[in-house]
Design a protein around this ligand. Structure first.
Ligand SMILES: NC(=O)c1ccc[n+]([C@@H]2O[C@H](COP(=O)([O-])OP(=O)(O)OC[C@H]3O[C@@H](n4cnc5c(N)ncnc54)[C@H](O)[C@@H]3O)[C@@H](O)[C@H]2O)c1
Length: 319
């Protein structure tokens, strides 16, 4: 297939672009480089530096695109609380512009990066796709709004779409890894603190969990990326499918810190700070549906493997 990966200069998009190329697809990366890096775009992908809101101006029917994998978004839940309009404009308006362009250009296949943040504070753990959607921050709201817009486009004109709701993505694949400019994710932050001998802040130790810190479900970026290729093959006209992607194992922040110390061989100096606004206590996925319908099975479910791969990326590429 000839595919466009929006946000393909970012962390997850670059890994998916690399796997798509390895599987024989022709890949175009479209990214405005607001957060991504040109060095993250796989060498054999064509690169278009553009905003997703300009999709219809830079892509034409003659490009004969079969499918779009839409990763381009701003991703910091905390920043979305203080600058919500930035998130609504970029993530929701951007995606609406993209949906309009897809219809105009007759591109009928879409994979969308949704998130566990759409569930907010869930009643049931593990979280299935049936769980109530009550996002606790604007980031999650913008993604839920796009999911709803996609459902209506599928109904309106036969778009074939899948939303993948990622839990916490970690690790690296070959030379592609997590290199956010404003990093908010615990594993790269803890690795950097351990390697540099800096103090590391734990956001809240008074959550109703086994050790008082937040519990999250970590998924290796390679396993996550493989799910995109499977989903692409199983798209069906007029259907909007939605799958949660995680491993079903919850790790507390303390457990993540212990794993980072073990893998780096370095002691992490920690201090306890205030909770971050909008951070739910526990997010653990049920990925039963993805396993059944996409025939997806994680190959790298161990947290130690994810931290090891993230550390290798940090030491060789990121530092
Ligand atoms: N990283 C995670 O743990 C996680 C979890 C759940 C969902 N997601 C979703 O996965 C997707 C990718 O996340 P990531 O961690 O790779 O983030 P990232 O910041 O590394 O990548 C996002 C990319 O999108 C680009 N971008 C942003 N807005 C754009 C726009 N308007 N036009 C063109 N390009 C634009 C950025 O420059 C960047 O390269 C996002 O949609 C995010 O919401 C990520």
């Amino acid at each position: 297939m000839k595919v466009i990966v929006t946000g393909g200069a970012g962390y997850i998009g670059s890994v998916v672009a690399a796997l798509l190329i390895e599987a024989g697809h022709e890949v175009i990366v479209l990214d405005n480089l607001s957060e991504g890096h040109q060095y993250s775009v796989p060498k054999s992908a064509r690169f278009i530096k553009a905003d997703v809101r300009d999709f219809a101006n830079v892509i034409s029917k003659e490009d004969k695109i079969d499918a779009v994998l839409h990763f381009a978004a701003l991703i910091s839940a905390g920043e979305s609380v203080t600058s919500p309009e930035k998130y609504w404009k970029n993530n929701t308006v951007g995606s609406l512009e993209l949906l309009e362009a897809l219809r105009k250009l007759d591109i009928k296949k879409l994979i969308f990066s949704s998130t566990a943040a759409v569930y907010g504070n869930p009643k049931n753990i593990p979280i299935s796709e049936e769980e109530a959607k009550n996002p606790t921050n604007p980031y999650g709201m913008t993604k839920l709004a796009v999911d709803m817009a996609i459902t209506s486009e599928c109904y309106a004109y036969g778009l074939a779409a899948t939303s993948l709701r990622y839990f916490n993505v970690a690790g690296a694949y070959k030379k592609f890894g997590e290199g956010h400019n404003h990093e908010t994710h615990i594993i790269p932050l803890a690795i950097e603190a351990a390697e540099q001998g800096n103090e590391f802040t734990i956001f809240g130790e008074d959550y109703p969990t086994k050790d008082g810190t937040c519990v999250r479900d970590y998924i290796h970026v390679y396993d996550l990326a493989r799910a995109h290729l499977l989903a692409l093959e199983k798209l069906e006209p007029s259907k909007h499918k939605i799958y949660n992607l995680g491993n079903g194992n919850g790790y507390s922040n303390h457990q993540v810190i212990e794993t980072v110390e073990k893998v780096t061989g370095k002691h992490l100096i920690t201090k306890v700070g205030a909770r971050r606004p909008g951070d739910p206590a526990i997010l653990v996925a049920s990925s039963k549906l993805a396993k059944k319908e996409l025939d997806w099975k994680p190959e790298k479910p161990e947290l130690e493997t994810m931290v090891g791969d993230a550390l290798a990326f940090y030491r060789t590429i990121r530092q």
